[in-house]
Design a protein around this ligand. Structure first.
Ligand SMILES: NC(=O)c1ccc[n+]([C@@H]2O[C@H](COP(=O)([O-])OP(=O)(O)OC[C@H]3O[C@@H](n4cnc5c(N)ncnc54)[C@H](OP(=O)(O)O)[C@@H]3O)[C@@H](O)[C@H]2O)c1
Length: 380
């Protein structure tokens, strides 16, 4: 990444990023850093302007320093102080939608105005601008996609698609069971399964008013929606048999861990796969040994970051094209979201306070929606 050194006047500091110097609680360590305009891109690089970047659960873990994928330190944002070689920073944000604003020599497949998503983890997407290698981005179609679709393309839809297609060879009419079904990933599992004619049994935490959530998930294509409490109901086994017509359920997707996963796994049939991708309850996963011995259950973990590292550019472009087509056709909705805007005229102190407030709200589960960050810039 090449970023220009700052001018001394604040008026020239038209770019901004949300960064941190050391790991810790996001409400304490995040800082807004303003920096100057990017120079023209060097050969084989492009200058990007970020349009919208999500805050995902893994971003919180990354800032805390407990996530395996780590960003690199950036030391060329400013000439002194925060963001300089005196005090390098980690720029937050793993995914996001950006527009190409300038193309360096030797870049053939990208042009000004193209929408792109990141093909490399932890590039620091909570920024107005970045200079990156053309190899670190994948071009998106712009027609038929919203900014929210693009901003949330590379983490959750890809995870949902790969888990549905990569473990059990499911066919139309088959069944999948999942917990955390109202998570962004869970809602994508429901929609992609629907496209493929696969039925879903979906578990969520119970709440005072279940009806709107059940209606929402069914609107996305959920076959059945139940709560973790229903897993303790002995009659559920008979009901599931009736729904599936006795067909074995061969794929379970685990977002939360703990007791709901132990109970859910008992609904799996012969030679099934349990795929864990999240641990939202922070409780360990415990599975009855008998499921392994008598039903040949296989328990896997899935990490999209690892999939990205181990698959070719062609495979990644193909996956993004497949998902973008589903979005263009209206088969995958953008996640319900709240856009948090940091205005171009807000001071670093104001922007820092706003970001810390956003993370306090996220920690208390106050949004109930994906938070998408829009950093306004005045440089282009
Ligand atoms: N492995 C991968 O490659 C990969 C990729 C993408 C995401 N993920 C992981 O998947 C998980 C979901 O991500 P997301 O972006 O879809 O999240 P999200 O939209 O923010 O949804 C969070 C989900 O977690 C549930 N939840 C929160 N606290 C919980 C608790 N204490 N016990 C049980 N459930 C709880 C929420 O249920 P309520 O509505 O009831 O609060 C909601 O269903 C995260 O752990 C994320 O890191 C993993």
């Amino acid at each position: 990444m090449t970023l220009h050194r700052s001018f001394s006047t604040s008026a020239a500091l038209s770019n901004r990023c949300i960064a941190y110097v050391q790991n810790g609680d996001p409400t304490q360590v995040l800082r807004s850093v303003t920096f100057s305009r990017l120079p023209p891109p060097s050969p084989n690089t492009v200058n990007l302007r970020f349009l919208l970047s999500p805050i995902n659960p893994a971003d919180v873990n990354t800032i805390e320093g407990v996530y395996p994928s780590k960003p690199s330190l950036t030391s060329n944002l400013t000439s002194k102080g925060l963001g300089s070689s005196e005090e390098p920073v980690y720029v937050g944000g793993n995914e996001g939608l950006a527009q190409v604003v300038q193309v360096g020599d030797g870049v053939e497949k990208l042009k000004e105005g193209d929408w792109v998503v990141m093909d490399k983890p932890q590039l620091g997407t909570w920024s107005t601008s970045r200079n990156v290698s053309f190899k670190d981005v994948i071009r998106l179609p712009t027609s038929g996609l919203t900014e929210a679709h693009g901003a949330t393309m590379t983490v959750n839809p890809t995870t949902a698609y790969n888990m549905l297609t990569g473990f059990a060879n499911l066919k139309e009419g088959d069944w999948v069971i999942q917990n955390g079904a109202n998570s962004a990933v869970g809602q994508l599992v429901i929609q992609i399964a629907k496209v493929k004619g696969i039925n879903t049994i979906n578990f969520v935490r119970s709440r005072d008013n279940m009806a709107p959530l059940v209606e929402h998930l069914k609107g996305l294509g959920a076959t059945k929606v139940l709560t973790y409490d229903d897993l303790n109901d002995k009659s559920l086994r008979t009901k599931v048999k009736e729904w599936t017509g006795g067909k074995d359920i061969r794929l379970a997707l685990n977002c939360v861990g703990g007791e709901p996963t132990t109970s859910m796994a008992k609904f799996l049939g012969q030679d099934a796969h349990l795929v864990s991708y999240g641990a939202m309850s922070k409780k360990p996963l415990s599975l009855p040994t008998s499921l392994h011995i008598f039903k040949n259950l296989t328990s896997h973990g899935f990490w999209q970051t690892n999939w990205t590292k181990t698959h070719s550019r062609e495979e990644k472009e193909q996956l993004i094209t497949t998902l973008a087509e589903m979005m263009q056709e209206g088969k995958i909705k953008a996640p319900e979201h709240t856009i948090v805007t940091i205005g171009a005229k807000e001071s670093d102190e104001e922007a820092t306070a706003k970001m810390q407030d956003v993370f306090a709200n996220i920690a208390q589960g106050r949004y109930g929606k994906k938070v998408l960050l829009k950093l306004e810039d005045t440089s282009t």
